[in-house]
Ligand binder design. Structure first.
Ligand SMILES: *Cc1c(COP(=O)(O)O)cnc(C)c1O
Length: 377
């Protein structure tokens, strides 16, 4: 199968497996797994935080961030479409006794600053205590601009609220920000506020880290997945001040996320942070090629003519809106051609999601496009 379902499906590379095999191990619940400690130190230093904590999943690192900063009866302001609100089983309410206050998402992925401001409650016994603003970057593959993060950050500090970033795909956002810094005018048609370059430039490991630090500088805590585009098999990190992470360690244990010889997994994470940042740009290129190829097919005579609408990707996620009646036969065709995508209802239509990653090469993209072009209705 050419598996576009998610960037979580990647298998560890041979080099990553070798790094896992070599990892010195201890018992991380006792705090003495050298490979976990190394990963946590490296990541904190890399992203400009005092401390970091390794946990089994991004769902858990998000929950740890929320529970270590919000008390029972506090409120977290989040996006209606954010993972923390919609895709984590209601964990903050169920397990944290934290009230989520969702705010409508705009089509560029942001929440309007005015909407966030309007959701902040005054200190009044009728209301839950507004305590934290959560953002997500990338969100649906879109990159939130740095000046937007600064604006929300200023609002949070004016109200004494904590800022948490669900940065499951932080480094995908960092690659785009770094490209933008390197080449702010990629083509004559781009407007000053167009974030994403049409032709990507190669950016260095260091430039990506600098961009990631700029993103992180607006947040008290950041959660990062190692198991998505970075290609590690399992694991996420939560980063923040030492006192927040110390509370987080207790919460991780309580949630069942204390792992023993976890250095085996942490070594995969360290390997990913060292070797897999620059290559994310390749996933973005593949996503753009996929998007333009699908558009070309939809522009030609045939059963897909005018029936696919492709959202231009910022990073590694391509959304394709298809006519509702096309849903079943087209999805069956893709399945028959061994192409894995995910699909869901979206504002009354059907939206397919194609995610590029480490295990999808340029040739896989071309093969997938050829398969789509074979659709006969
Ligand atoms: C994948 C993802 C997570 C965490 O998912 P896990 O599968 O629990 O690791 C969190 N937020 C976003 C935006 C994600 O895409």
């Amino acid at each position: 199968m050419i598996d576009f379902r998610s960037d979580t499906v990647t298998r560890p590379t041979a080099a990553m497996q070798a790094a896992m095999q070599r990892a010195p191990l201890g018992d991380d619940v006792f705090g003495d797994d050298p490979s976990v400690n190394r990963l946590q130190r490296e990541a904190a230093d890399m992203l400009g935080f005092e401390a970091a904590l390794f946990a089994p999943s991004g769902t858990q690192t998000n929950l740890i961030a929320l529970m270590s900063q919000c008390q029972r009866g506090d409120e977290a302001i989040v996006g209606q479409m954010w993972h923390t609100y919609r895709w984590e089983g209601g964990g903050m309410a169920v397990l944290g006794s934290i009230q989520p206050q969702p705010v409508e998402n705009q089509s560029d992925g942001t929440l309007r600053v005015a909407d966030i401001a309007a959701a902040i409650k005054p200190d009044d016994p009728h209301f839950a205590r507004s305590r934290l603003i959560g953002l997500e970057n990338t969100t649906g593959g879109k990159v939130l601009p740095l000046n937007y993060l600064a604006e929300v950050g200023a609002l949070a500090s004016a109200h004494g609220l904590a800022m948490h970033l669900d940065g499951a795909r932080l480094f995908n956002a960092a690659v785009v920000i770094a490209e933008r810094e390197a080449d702010p005018w990629p083509d004559a048609n781009s407007k000053p506020n167009t974030l994403v370059s049409a032709n990507s430039v190669n950016v260095s490991h260091t430039a990506i880290i600098t961009a990631a630090r700029s993103i992180c500088s607006h947040f008290d805590t950041v959660s990062v997945c190692l198991s998505k585009g970075l290609g590690a098999p399992i694991g996420s990190l939560i980063l923040g001040r030492a006192d927040v992470i110390a509370r987080g360690r207790r919460i991780r244990k309580m949630l069942g996320g204390g792992m023993r010889q976890a250095g085996f997994l942490a070594a995969a994470g360290s390997h990913a942070l060292e070797h897999h940042l620059e290559r994310l740009a390749e996933d973005h290129r593949h996503a753009r090629r996929l998007a333009s190829g699908l558009r070309e097919i939809a522009a030609k005579e045939g059963p897909l003519n005018g029936r696919l609408s492709v959202v231009e990707p910022d990073t590694n996620i391509v959304f394709v809106d298809i006519a509702a009646d096309l849903g079943e036969p087209f999805q069956a065709h893709l399945a028959g051609e061994s192409i894995g995508v995910t699909g869901g209802r979206y504002f009354g239509g059907l939206r397919l999601r194609w995610v590029t990653h480490l295990d999808i090469g340029a040739d896989d993209v071309e093969r997938a496009l050829a398969s789509v072009a074979r659709y006969r209705g």
